[in-house]
Design a protein around this ligand. Structure first.
Ligand code: FMN
Length: 413
């Protein structure tokens, strides 16, 4: 315990603490997923289904666990995905998360639905690598205005979230009648008071933004967005090879394989299951990143081994934030970094490029071997029978060693 706050050694402990410390409705909002929560749970299960085949005795004394994204190398192999309304977890909200990302040399993607404006986050964190998450609104000028603000504030990429044509059904939130508390506001939209939106009335802004979500958006709009900014555009929410190729066609510079942490369409594959299809479709033509279900350094190793150039965490950073603000987020990033480096070493790798396909296998690989092995037990019985024949022969001919030796030699052949 430090000052009454328990020390957490891994992400699960951070989660347990956060869930107990946050109000039930906020905990549910952060933790929950869409519909049956099958995708949410599968995001984790799928990592458990992958096993490591470590190589040993390979001199791993000189290790480098950094990863390179869009030409820039980051010490932390794990970045932070956009999550809305971080002041629900800690009074400093997104400012604290960005401070931790800066300290750990990780990329932070700021949610458009942040409780601190993008300018304030930047002003408090001049050296953090910040990417701005974006939606395409019905009023395209809202999107354009946000892009200009992000460009001016020195954000280095626009992340277009593409898996939210409509909102997923999050039954926990419906049951809790979850709403942003009135003492918070969506920082990036504060100026909308001038746009006849009553910000003092919470439903005013949330209703306004909800009506601004455009379910007619399509690839032409993505192309428009790419042309509307000098910043690289990263497409978030891609799960198929077909869409990955379209990202390439419209000129995007990165793809985040994501199912929104299981909060949008239920019954999609886990992101680690979808990753190989996306990587195979685009090859090296565009960088592919991943989020969803990452809780251990071994998960980072598996994702990188299957072709992700970088990985992002959503909820894990919120658990750290709820635990102890900026320090908590930094600790979460530190743990994942440490575990990734440890996994590299224990698998016989010195850097991400050393991870080979043979080091990661599906659980069924071992099941198949075991099945084959067990079905070959008739052969083993036979050999056991031969063994006992040898044994009997030894007993029978013990008085005549020479005769016995030639007989056992024949039996062994
Ligand atoms: C509470 C919460 C809020 C989120 N808000 C956003 C958001 O504003 N924009 C967005 O693109 N994704 C949002 N996401 C999805 C995350 O960016 C990310 O895809 C997901 O959390 C990754 O899964 P993980 O939480 O298992 O790491 C949110 C996720 C959570 C849990």
């Amino acid at each position: 315990m430090t000052g009454g706050i328990p020390v957490c050694c891994n992400i699960n402990e951070f989660e347990k603490f956060a869930i107990s410390a946050l109000g039930e409705d906020v905990a549910d909002y952060y933790q929950g997923g869409a519909t049956s929560e099958s995708t949410l749970n599968n995001n984790r299960k799928a990592y458990e289904n992958l096993k490591l085949r470590p190589r040993v005795m390979r001199d791993v004394s000189n290790r480098d666990s950094s990863l390179t994204v869009l030409g820039k190398t980051y010490r932390s192999p794990v970045g932070i995905s956009p999550t809305a309304m971080q002041k629900l977890a800690h009074c400093e909200g997104e400012i604290a998360t960005a401070r931790a990302a800066g300290a750990m040399d990780a990329i932070m993607i700021l949610s458009l639905m942040s409780t601190v404006s993008l300018e304030e986050v930047r002003a408090h964190n001049p050296s953090t690598t910040l990417w701005m998450q974006m939606y395409i609104f019905k009023e395209r000028d809202i999107t354009l205005d946000m892009i200009r603000r992000a460009e001016k504030a020195g954000f280095s990429a626009i992340v277009l979230t593409m898996d939210t044509a409509v909102f997923g059904s999050r039954y926990r939130d419906i049951k809790n009648q979850f709403a942003m508390p009135p003492y918070l506001s969506l920082g990036n939209f504060r100026h909308m008071e001038q746009h006849h939106v009553d910000l003092k009335c919470l439903t005013g802004i949330s209703d306004y933004i909800n009506t601004q979500f455009d379910d007619s958006v399509n690839w032409n709009d993505v192309s428009w967005l790419v042309k509307s900014t000098k910043l690289p555009v990263i497409c978030k929410g891609i799960l198929t090879g077909e869409d990955a190729n379209l990202c390439l066609e419209v000129g995007a510079q990165g793809i985040i394989v994501s199912n929104h942490g299981g909060r949008q369409l239920d019954q999609t594959p886990a992101t680690i299951e979808a990753l190989p299809e996306v990587v195979q479709a685009v090859g090296d033509s565009i960088e592919v990143y991943i989020d969803g279900g990452i809780r251990y350094g071994t998960d980072v190793f598996k994702a990188v081994g299957l072709g992700a150039k970088y990985v992002f965490i959503g909820r894990a950073s919120l658990w750290g934030l709820a635990h102890s603000g900026s320090n908590g987020v930094a600790k979460v990033l530190q743990i994942l970094h440490f575990e990734f480096d440890q996994t590299l070493a224990l698998c016989g790798c010195t850097c991400a490029d050393d991870i080979t396909r043979e080091m990661i296998v599906h659980r069924t690989y071992y099941e198949d071997i075991l099945k084959k092995y067990l079905s070959s037990k008739s052969t083993r019985r036979k050999s056991a029978k031969s063994q006992s024949k040898v044994h009997l022969a030894v007993l029978r001919v013990s008085k005549s060693p020479e005769k016995h030796r030639s007989k056992t030699r024949k039996l062994r052949k």
